[in-house]
Design a protein around this ligand. Sequence first.
Ligand SMILES: Nc1ncnc2c1ncn2[C@@H]1O[C@H](COP(=O)(O)OP(=O)(O)OP(=O)(O)O)[C@@H](O)[C@H]1O
Ligand SMILES: [Mg+2]
Length: 244
Amino acid sequence: METILKINNLDKSFGGVHAVNHVSFEVKKGEILGLIGPNGSGKSTCVNLISGVYTPDSGEIIFDGKNIVKMPVPNRADLGIGRTFQSPKPFSNLTVYESVFTIALVHNRHMHDAREKTEQILELTSLKNLSEIKSGKLPIEKRKWLDLARILAINPKLIMMDEVMAGLNPSEMEESIKLVKKINEEGITVIFIEHVMTAVMKLCHRVIVLNEGSLLSEGIPAEVMKEEAVIKAYLGGGYADDKN
Ligand SMILES: Nc1ncnc2c1ncn2[C@@H]1O[C@H](COP(=O)(O)OP(=O)(O)OP(=O)(O)O)[C@@H](O)[C@H]1O
Ligand SMILES: [Mg+2]
């Protein structure tokens, strides 16, 4: 399988905290790659480095064959790199439709195409019947879907989902799993960060495990979850389900 993203020796510290410690991994085109590990292991920092919110101290980020390590956030979005936020902050005054449409307008030249794209995304994310609701009035699980809907409007090739299932009840989670599958079936590569292991097992083709900023293990979910070092890191790591 073709590689869409390659991380080489990525490194980032905040003061004395070595958040990401010389990490290397690859993401294959079309896969759902799980990025897991205890609280504070460096998952969100990786997302922030790949999306361009943070600049690494050293290392390379190769997307579609280009080293993008010095590229600003908007240019990376133009290339098709999208991400959700661990705590989404929608523009409360815009309706759900407007929130998606404003982004679709930036990424589609014609008004008509932007409208069509918005309709299609709202349908896919099951937000159509909530189109006219103010974003700030949405319940938390729908806010995460709106966050996803807004990323879909940039025509992404890769979406990094940072704990989109935290705090959901079992039926909401099943719906969200279906949604992630549908997004992946559209041909979009997914990096899926999650503490809820049932979701990871159901969705991910492969997982990368981080611990204290370093790569601890990598492989097929069912096998990696059996490894002693992984079990120990998770159980001993002071794991909290959703601290947002
Ligand atoms: N902007 C920042 N300034 C200072 N320290 C930071 C910053 N961002 C992250 N860190 C620190 O880097 C380490 C890794 O944090 P990160 O948010 O990447 O972990 P995580 O794996 O996403 O954890 P969680 O599962 O709790 O979301 C933590 O010790 C965190 O406190
Ligand atoms: Mg995080």
